[in-house]
Design a protein around this ligand. Sequence first.
Ligand code: ATP
Length: 374
Amino acid sequence: MPEIILKNLTKTFGSVKAVDNLDLTIEDRDFVTLLGPSGCGKTTTLRMISGLETPTVGEIIIGGRVVFSSEKQINLSPDKRDVGLLFQNYALWPHMTVYQNISFGLENMKWSKEEIRKRVKEMGDLVKISDLLDRYPSELSGGQQQRVAIARTLAPNPKVLLMDEPLSNLDAKLRMEMRAELKRLHREIESTVVYVTHDQLEAMTLATKVCLLEEGVLQQYAPPLVIYDQPSNIFVGDFIGNPSMNFVDARVNEVDGDKATLEASEITLEMDFRSREGELKSGDEVIIGLRPEDIALNPESGANTCTIYSTLPSGMETVVRAKIRNTMFSIVAFGRVDFDVDSKMEISFPSRNYLLFDKATKKKLGAGSLKFRD
Ligand code: ATP
């Protein structure tokens, strides 16, 4: 049962807290992505799980076995942790062919020649290197080497796979293909995966759960769509999504049961809450969060008029910037649509997914629908 539990895990380098008191349970067969900006502690967390980095304090349990405990003075070496490792620059053995690189670990595990041959073929097909099996690493491109490294890690069928940006050397098209393959593979091999990436799209599309870190501190740990729809704070809302969430500064004017009137710069909005996580009172400084696809542009009706500032049509969707009085919104309109710059449109809020954050603490206060008030 390769469940991974991290308890109060902390790593300091001199005065830098790379990972700060991290509590995390990665369930059996989860695909967890560690996501966050550069330097937030993703790689350090992964290296501590693998045994390549010694935590300052805390405990790590893999499959019911304590592999590290500062209190009990346990620290198993990487090879005793039963994990498969794949790093961005994971070196291949230069004196071995691709076939030998992939088969080497299997020979050590005493697989039969026939089983090895079959497995190397499977792996070769999977990462599209079947025609390169007789070459040496120096005869491969960077992307091909990376694919061999993926095949080598996956070949012994490890139950826990730790990966650090394994696709970052691949070109965009291959990267996309490999993402789909990795996800499919995860289903097939039934392993628990921890995967470091700074690419939010990669983190969202691959994961069963995303672990978002900032400066070593856990910000949110949830399935991708929960992270997207219910970010726990402004950092998460802003980090996830492209184009980014719109944030509008406002002051609470009036609270009436589940409704609040919000005064932004020259526009007044009313939020009807469907969930509330914090107290709200008149005079509070807040920030409204709106996803660009939750704002609609309609033919001008005379009310709630905005002016189109710029448009970026890409075929599948068009990213529009539109200004209503002092407030500029990013809007995504799906389909093959475009709008004339400087033309007037009506703006509306058809979703129920608008968010309200506390300006001081940055935490989410609630979510609900939104409409203009005169
Ligand atoms: P990136 O996306 O840039 O790879 P990351 O989120 O993986 O970043 P880490 O590599 O885990 O971040 O680093 C976290 C913090 O710890 C950073 O401030 C980094 O400078 C620091 N750090 C990491 N390794 C060491 C080290 N060996 N010695 C000193 N400081 C370190």
